[in-house]
Design a binder for this molecule. Structure first.
Ligand SMILES: [Zn+2]
Length: 426
């Protein structure tokens, strides 16, 4: 589990943390340059003369692998003394991060790793500790000494601190403490009351039990405030003192918005876990997939709308997954295709565009709210998924870092067969 605490470094500590981040950034960029040069030198343009393109690298020079780059660090420190300022394990993590990004590009299908600009490297990972770094109201970090920490909740007994990640957000500092415990947590099995959850734009969510939650208003209010601050920022002279002051104001508001949204997501997810024992959600990934592979024409207006907002929804799904795991509830993802066009009672297709808010089935006369209907369809599909596909097609919830950390496996999921073995459960 990861617990995040706020820390209060003094000015010298803050300066060295910022300096270390920049050194790590430079090391990251250097490593990436090596990889890029290697890749470029493997390309050969037959019709181009070497004035346009030439990389002087022996054809048999090996790929700058993780091990190779890590081993090169001690020598690099002699040439660039700046590298020596950073604790060596922290610096190594920057290279490891680069190769994780590279593997993500090679195997998972993420984008090519990018160079990081000044200020884009915002966290440092301390991967190992000989003894518990949290001592009383301080956290002890190598080369920095004691930093005051706000332990707003105690680290539970029986847990060992494995890693600490120091994060800089706006002008605040946080420590993400990774704690581990030698307990085997069984993955929750399907049981009890099922809930299908439909996430949308008009309403934040609708469940199969008929609960409707409106989209939070605070985002709109804060967005307009943000616009104002950004406008002021754009009128400041770049790199001036006032620019920097305004930049921090903008960053702080971004941070507040993130926190407020996350808080809202956690509250909603807790409410879902409290209401049922199995939570089913749409799997939106295929839409992102469809966008890349088939182009935008394939997507109807509804899909595009949810795609636009999917950043926030992705976080909500990750949080719900995590909370389900933590509270022993079952979490499942179902195929999202056409959930709003299907009748949950008889399985007939009821075409309706976004403006139609009520589902009225011509076949069986079932009438309900549009979003609740989607929730019902999702619940039915979820029940079908666990009864027909067994556990083969179901992902287990996991609990590592929040948003963005997960690798989607939804592509390999079994598809639900439409109307084949549906058990309409009421
Ligand atoms: Zn019907």
């Amino acid at each position: 589990m990861n617990y995040r605490y706020r820390i209060y470094p003094n000015i010298t500590q803050e300066q060295s943390l910022l300096e270390w981040m920049d050194v790590c950034r430079v090391a990251y960029n250097y490593g990436l340059r090596e990889i890029k040069d290697w890749c470029n030198s493997r390309k050969c343009m037959v019709d181009r003369c070497s004035i346009v393109h030439e990389y002087i690298m022996a054809a048999d020079s090996p790929f700058p692998s993780e091990v190779k780059q890590l081993n090169a660090l001690p020598n690099a420190k002699k040439v660039f003394p700046r590298l020596g300022e950073v604790p060596s394990q922290v610096l190594q993590q920057a290279i490891k991060q680069l190769h994780r990004a590279w593997d993500g590009f090679q195997k998972v299908g993420h984008g090519f790793p990018r160079f990081k600009k000044f200020g884009q490297f915002k966290s440092l990972l301390f991967p190992q500790f000989k003894q518990n770094p949290v001592q009383g109201v301080h956290i002890a970090l190598p080369k920095l000494g004691m930093i005051p920490i706000n332990l707003h909740r105690p680290i539970p007994s029986g847990f060992v601190v494995k890693q600490v990640r120091i994060i800089n957000k706006a002008d605040r500092w946080y420590a993400d403490i990774n704690i581990q415990c030698d307990v085997n947590v069984p993955n929750p099995m399907p049981h009890g009351h099922p809930i299908g959850v439909d996430i949308g734009l008009e309403k934040f969510l609708a469940t199969s039990d008929g609960v409707l939650v409106k989209s939070p208003k605070f985002l709109k209010v804060m967005q307009s405030k943000l616009k104002l601050l950004q406008r002021r920022l754009s009128r400041k002279k770049k790199r001036s003192f006032n620019y920097e002051k305004q930049r921090i104001k903008v960053a702080r508001l971004h941070h507040t918005i993130d926190n407020t949204r996350k808080d809202f997501h956690f509250k909603q997810a807790h409410a879902l876990c409290g209401a049922g024992d199995m939570v089913f959600m749409e799997d939106l990934d295929y839409r992102t997939l469809a966008k890349g592979m088939l182009g935008k024409q394939m997507l109807d207006s509804e899909a595009v709308a949810s795609l636009r907002a999917s950043a926030g929804f992705g976080q909500f799904r990750t949080i719900t997954k995590y909370l389900c795991w933590k509270r022993g509830k079952f979490f499942g993802e179902v195929n999202a295709l056409g959930t709003s066009q299907e009748c949950p009672e008889c399985g007939a297709t009821v075409k309706k565009d976004l403006s139609v808010r009520v589902h009225h089935c011509q076949e069986c006369g079932f009438i309900a709210d549009r979003d609740v209907t989607s929730g019902l369809v999702i619940r039915n599909r979820g029940i079908e998924l666990i009864s027909t596909a067994g556990h083969a097609g179901i992902q287990n919830a996991y609990a590592d870092g929040l948003p963005g950390a997960e690798v989607s496996q939804s592509r390999s999921k079994s598809k639900t067969r439409k109307g084949a073995t549906r058990k309409a459960k009421k």
